[in-house]
Design a protein around this ligand. Structure first.
Ligand code: HEM
Ligand SMILES: *[C@@H]1O[C@H](CO)[C@@H](O)[C@H](O)[C@H]1NC(C)=O
Ligand SMILES: *[C@@H]1O[C@H](CO)[C@@H](O)[C@H](O)[C@H]1NC(C)=O
Ligand SMILES: *[C@@H]1O[C@H](CO)[C@@H](O)[C@H](O)[C@H]1NC(C)=O
Length: 339
């Protein structure tokens, strides 16, 4: 019975993935005739944005991820459909209001990109594709790898705030992280490679203090998978939330990669090898004994080019999660609202 249900569920997922828009319809040349300059236009806006705030590259890379892991076609399936960008409106419960999305940034940069594109090729480039292109250019501007971005996604007419539960949490263990990636067709190599996006950007103290104080409810205990010296440094920025000094530091920022905070490189993986990953979800990839992810972390830690090659491929894989294509959805003229 259990195995019958499993097979039935698997068949449903395959059927849903095909109906939901197969990735065969995405193509790197999608805008060649309708908006040939799309890439240089996006790049121009992002170069400016980077000069204003170096953090924008990380912001935009994260937006694509948080868009792709949430679905509006079939509630059980995520999709890269621009749903993340919709503001609250009649019938729209914004995904931005979900707890996990509270710290997202970069939405005004997306607006600037959309405006620049509408000026040159109105009604052509989807907001979902803008996120995919902006993620690639952001990584390149941060000295990371480039890849051929697959294009042709269309924008949703709905949002799915509840569907944000498909996103992984900072305090989840490896089996939970794997399950969430596997649910969208991504394997352990994708999980490790894509986690490498934490080579740049920041996180709030809230996401690390559980590892720094009273870990496992033992007074004064630090997560044993964290290097004690690194923990001491973090404790200075992020005081114990149960003490007066730590009351208002939930949103104080720390670097996800303490060695090269804004550059895109493989130091994230050498940090993990040194027990210096910031989030539990990061360190689990290396510190879970016997896990298949350990060898992948070592491979990327030993070879930046191996990491870059895999990251590029995994970003393409992630960008292929159930897009809307063909006549589904629409091309929004304002990324924050349905037409
Ligand atoms: C593997 C599971 C993942 C978990 C549990 C996770 C969790 C988190 C958390 C908790 C933060 C800090 C949020 C805050 O406190 O403001 C963060 C930041 C970030 N994440 Fe992830 N993430 C994961 C995967 C990814 C992936 C796949 C990408 C992109 C490909 C990504 C890109 C980023 C970036 C760039 C930042 C920094 C954002 C900033 O500087 O504001 N993450 N992530
Ligand atoms: C494309 O953009 C570049 C620079 O942004 C500009 O020099 C070029 O003329 C544009 N080409 C077209 C066809 O619009
Ligand atoms: C942690 O300790 C407190 C106080 O002793 C107790 O109330 C709580 O249930 C414990 N939590 C866990 C997860 O063990
Ligand atoms: C900080 O985060 C914790 C855990 O989510 C929460 O219980 C607490 O209320 C937050 N403190 C403030 C001041 O927001």
């Amino acid at each position: 019975m259990a195995s019958f249900q499993f097979i039935a569920a698997a068949l449903f997922l395959v059927a849903a993935a095909v109906c939901g828009g197969s990735n065969a319809q995405l193509s790197p040349t999608f805008y060649d005739n309708t908006c040939p300059n799309v890439s240089s236009i996006v790049r121009g806006v992002l170069e400016q944005a980077q000069q204003t705030n170096i953090r924008n590259a990380a912001f935009l890379t994260r937006l694509h991820f948080h868009d792709c892991f949430v679905n509006v076609i079939i509630p059980s399936l995520p999709g890269c459909d621009g749903s993340l960008l919709l503001d609250n409106a009649d019938g729209i419960e914004s995904e931005k209001d979900a707890n996990i999305n509270r710290a997202l940034n970069g939405f005004t940069v997306v607006d600037d990109i959309k405006t620049a594109l509408e000026n040159v090729c109105p009604g052509v480039v989807s907001c979902a594709d803008i996120l995919a292109i902006a993620a690639e250019i952001s990584v390149v501007l941060s000295k990371g790898p480039s890849w051929e971005v697959q294009l042709g996604r269309r924008d949703s007419r709905t949002a799915n705030k509840a569907g944000t539960s498909g996103l992984p949490l900072f305090n989840e263990d490896l089996s939970a992280l794997k399950a969430k990636f596997s649910a969208v067709g991504l394997d352990s190599t994708d999980l490790v490679a894509l986690s490498g996006a934490h080579t740049f950007g920041r996180a709030g103290c809230l996401t690390v203090t559980p590892r720094l104080y009273n870990y496992n409810n033992i007074s004064g205990n630090v997560d044993p998978t964290m290097d004690p010296t690194y923990a001491q440094t973090l404790q200075q920025t992020c005081p114990d939330p149960s003490t007066p000094a730590g009351v208002n530091t939930n949103v104080t920022l720390v670097n996800l990669d303490h060695t090269t905070a804004n550059g895109f490189d493989n130091n994230y993986f050498t940090n993990l090898q040194n027990k210096q990953g910031l989030l539990q979800s990061d360190q689990e990839l290396f510190s879970t004994s016997g896990a298949d992810t350990v060898a992948i972390v070592n491979r990327f830690g030993n070879s930046q080019s191996d990491f870059f090659t895999s990251f590029a491929q995994s970003m393409i894989n992630m960008g292929n999660i159930s897009p809307l294509t063909g006549n589904n959805g629409e091309i929004r003229s304002n990324c924050r609202r349905v037409n």
